[in-house]
Design a protein around this ligand. Sequence first.
Ligand code: SAH
Ligand code: SF4
Length: 386
Amino acid sequence: MPFLPQKPPITGETLDSLVERLEARGEPAFRAKQILEWVYKKRVRSWEAMSNLSRPLRAWLEETFDLEPATLVLGKQSLDVTDKLLLELRDRCLIETVIIRAPQEGVGLENSRKTICISTQVGCAMGCVFCASGLAGLKRDLSAGEIVSQLLHVCHREDGRTRRSQPERVPFDNLVVMGMGEPLANYEALILALTIINADWGLGFGARRITVSTSGLVPKILRLADEPLGFRLAVSLHGATDEVRERIMPVNKAYPLDTLIPSIKAFTEKHGRMVTLEFILIEDVNDSLDQAEKLRDIALDLHAHVNLIPYNTVEGLPWKRPSGNRQERFARVLADAQVSVTLRREKGHDIEAACGQLRLKTERGIGAIPTLNPDSSIPDPMNKSG
Ligand code: SAH
Ligand code: SF4
C-alpha cells in the first residue's frame, strides 16, 4: 500500500527518468544532470537556489516535484555519539534516521567515522516478538524518494560540521539499512533508493559500504545476491534452531533454517564476502550453551561473521538481556572455534539497538525524543563486521 503524494519526490527519480520528463517538455537532457547536481552535490534546499536553470524551468520543477518529501521535526543541536533525526512524511507518518559516531582519538566527534541507519517502512509486518518496530504492525512502505531523503537530511545536518577534502562527498562512512521495517519486504523501492544513493549522479556512495539487514526473506535474499551493485548482507538470526527461532520470529515458519542457511551460502558464494549473522542475546530464550554451539556450527559452515547483541529492553515487552558473564560465556564458544565474533559490552548505543528500537519512542509523542542511552560510547560495529 504505497502512499501517493501530490507530487513525487525528486529524490525518487533516476537520471534516466528525469531526462525523460525533461525531454517531454522540450528541455535538453543535460538539464537533468544539472538538477541532480543541485540536489545531491551542492545539496541546496530550494528550487530557487538552482541558479543555472531558467525561471520557467524552476517554476515547473516546483509544481512537479517535491524537493523534500520528509520534514525534519526533531533533531538535537548538540552532538552525541548517537543522534536521531525524527522526520515527518507528507501523510504525517513519522520515521527516524540514526547517526552513529564512532569516537576516534584526536579528530573530535564531528569528524569521527559515521554510520547512518535508515528506515524502509513505517512499522513492520514481520512480527518479531522482541522488536519495538513491529509492535503495531506495518503502516506502509516508504517510497524510494522517502528512503533517499533521509540521507539528504543527514547531509544537511552534518555538512557544515564535518571537515572533508571534497565537499561534494557525503559526510558519512557506512550505511546500514537497519531502521524501522523489513527492507526486503519493500524490495523495489529499496533497490531503486540504493541505486540512487550509489550512482555518480546521485549521492555517489559506494555499494560496498551499504549493508542491508533482513529477518530472512529467502527468495529476496537470492534476488539481492543477483543485484549487480553488490550490497552487503546481514541476517537477523536470533535463534540457532528452528524451535528457538520460530518462537521469536514468525518468519521462520515460512523460511526455516534449512532454506535460510542455503540462501545465505548462495549469497556468500556470489559475492565472495562475509555475511554478518546478527544474534540478539535474550535471557532464557536463546542464550544457552546449546544455542551457542549450534550458532558456532552455522557460522563455520557459512564462513560468516557473528554480531552478538545484548538485548535492549523495550518498554511493555518482557524480554531481558542476559548477565555479562552469560554473554561472555556464549561468545567464548564461538571465539574458541575461531569464529569471527563481536560482542557489544556497552549498554545501548550499538547500531542494532539504536536502529531496532525506533518505533516506540517515536510513537510516544514527539515532545521528548530521548537519545537512546546517554551513558556510554561505542566502537564502530560495522567496521568489524565485514
Ligand atoms: N527488519 C530488519 C532490519 C531492521 S531491525 C531485520 O530484522 O534485520 C535491525 C536489527 O535490530 C535486527 O537485527 C533486529 O533483530 C534488531 N533489534 C530489534 N529489536 C531489538 C532490541 N530491542 N534490542 C536489540 N536489537 C534489536
Ligand atoms: Fe521487523 Fe526487523 Fe523488527 Fe523483525 S526485527 S519486527 S523484521 S524490524
